[in-house]
Design a protein around this ligand. Structure first.
Ligand code: ZN
Length: 518
């Protein structure tokens, strides 16, 4: 194969392939795409942690340039030709490293080329305008200011859906990018299973609210002690600080520049000490996954995580399944008592365990507990689906929001700020991404069941602070598989079952029946 021929568009990335080995050429090209996008991630991390406000405009342009270069390089005809050459050489059918790289790259290549560059650009312009309108609407606490933008977002998403799958239900077409392999009807059935058992569970918990004393949650803990507590918990579980950092931000997140440098962030609120500790554990779950991705595939799409749903299963596993379990508190409470202010000493282990698992209906999704959180996600899924299908109008969103919150959680917002203006997602043109959060919870329940079967003394290990067998199990069964399997296949491969709500619901019912004496 010669230099990029006359028909190939000009490309900023490596061209002129003379090497006989097609995999060397393909890997070199993919590595460049990866280098550019990870460099953009470094800029993004800095933007959200240490950049002074004056840097915003230049930084936005710098990131947009790098993202465009990475996208162009990856989706260029040249990449397609290399993939075709690899196939012609018989690579992509077996189970070797090269086969996996070719298969996963083909999959991502098709997905990335589904949208024309003009639509990608229009979408990012709309995201900037959408964000501005959303901020303005929030300031005025008035959904009507955001409505015209949301109408445009819905139109664009319909266009995107048509390009991704002209014959598919529009929501299913969008899921081909956010939750590949799932249909909207499947998600709906799964969510129906959840609703059927979660709505009554929340009702029973609310009736027994007095079983949990909220006093430990309302004690003030200074910044420094909270920081130490987050670090102590992360060190205990085994987060590798030689290959990662914890920093401060407004909205906690995780970002990775490679398995050797994975950054997570948290926010310390002195009046809400649980926030920093549990968001650190959450982001650490994301971070452990990134630190454990397979080095042999790094720099190619195969070396990435499987999906955002699997990613969220990892963060929820450490935040809730482990971090809010009784064995974890048996292990961690003595450490925390040494770090936290002396007035905490008056609480028993049991009081602390119950307080961090306090549960009840609230209006804001990001502040919701383990049980009610999923009902917030289901509400958003129902609205997104209705808007896309045209069975619901944008102007009806606030009313539908109030009605459905009342049905699902028994509480309703009195204004738009605590209603449909609370999430940033729609303003950025992001649709069909909410279901991944609840899928992550559901999968964390399935993983819990599998881990318990394969590590029978799990609780005793956690009680002793021996986390290596658990992180080792996750490394072997999830992290090390990179993106070789997509969500459904990975869950089946690891647990032997399809994605199903049963284990997660059983876990919640058992745990909260105990805590609330149901
Ligand atoms: Zn997360």
């Amino acid at each position: 194969m010669g230099e990029g021929g006359a028909s190939a568009p000009p490309s900023a990335c490596a061209g002129g392939f003379h090497v006989a080995d097609v995999m060397t050429d393909l890997r070199r090209r993919l590595r460049e795409v990866w280098n550019i996008s990870r460099a953009s991630a470094v800029l993004g991390w800095d933007e959200l942690t240490y950049m002074p406000p004056g840097g915003a405009q230049d930084r936005g342009e710098q990131e947009a340039t790098l993202d465009r270069l990475a996208h162009e390089c990856f989706t260029s005809d040249e990449t397609g030709k290399l993939l075709a050459r690899a196939r012609a050489a018989g690579i992509g059918r077996g189970e070797g490293d090269d086969d996996v790289i070719v298969r996963v790259t083909e999959r991502e290549y098709e997905r990335a080329r589904a949208l024309p560059p003009s639509l990608v650009e229009e979408r990012s312009r709309l995201a900037v305008a959408g964000h501005e309108a959303w901020v303005k609407a929030r300031r005025a606490n008035d959904f009507a200011i955001f409505a015209p933008t949301l109408k445009k977002v819905v139109e664009t998403q319909r266009e995107v859906a048509h390009l991704r799958g002209p014959a598919l239900d529009p929501y299913t077409a969008l899921l081909t990018a956010t939750l590949p392999g799932f249909t909207a009807d499947e998600i709906e059935r799964l969510f129906d299973d959840l609703k059927r058992r979660l709505v009554p569970l929340v009702g029973r918990i609310t009736a027994h609210a007095d079983r949990v004393d909220p006093a430990p949650s309302s004690l003030r803990v200074d910044d420094d002690r909270q920081w130490q507590a987050s670090l102590a918990a992360m060190r205990a579980v085994g987060y590798d600080f030689g290959r990662g950092r914890l920093d401060r931000t407004i909205h906690p997140f995780e970002t990775s520049f490679g398995t050797g440098d994975v950054r997570i962030t948290t926010r310390v609120d002195e009046d809400q000490w649980e926030f920093a500790l549990f968001s650190s554990l959450h982001e650490m779950g994301h971070g452990l996954y990134e630190q454990g991705l397979p080095a042999r595939w790094q720099g190619t799409p195969a070396g990435e995580s499987s999906s955002s749903a699997i990613h969220e299963s990892q963060s929820r596993f450490f935040e809730n399944v482990i971090g809010r379990s009784r064995p974890f508190w048996e292990f961690f409470w003595p450490t925390l008592r040494e770090i936290f202010p002396p007035e905490f000493a008056r609480f028993s282990l049991e009081e602390m365990y119950r307080a961090v698992n306090r549960c009840g209906p609230t209006l804001i999704r990001t502040e919701a507990d383990e049980v009610t959180y999923n009902l917030h996600v289901i509400l958003r899924f129902e609205i997104e689906r209705g808007l896309l299908a045209g069975t619901m109008e944008v102007n009806d969103v606030p009313r539908v929001w109030r009605d459905r919150m009342t049905d699902l959680l028994g509480v309703a917002p009195e204004d738009d700020l605590t209603g449909p203006l609370q999430d940033v997602h729609w303003s950025g043109g992001s649709f069909a991404s909410f279901p991944s959060y609840t899928l992550g919870n559901v999968i964390s329940g399935q993983l819990r069941e599998t881990v318990r079967a394969e590590i029978p003394d799990l609780d005793a290990l956690i009680r002793r602070g021996a986390f290596a067998p658990i992180t080792g199990w996750l490394r072997e069964n999830i992290y090390d598989l990179g993106a070789a399997y997509e969500t459904k296949e990975l869950v089946r491969h690891v647990t032997g079952h399809d994605v199903e709500a049963g284990p997660y619901l059983a876990y919640l019912e058992e745990k909260f029946s105990d805590i609330y004496d149901l």
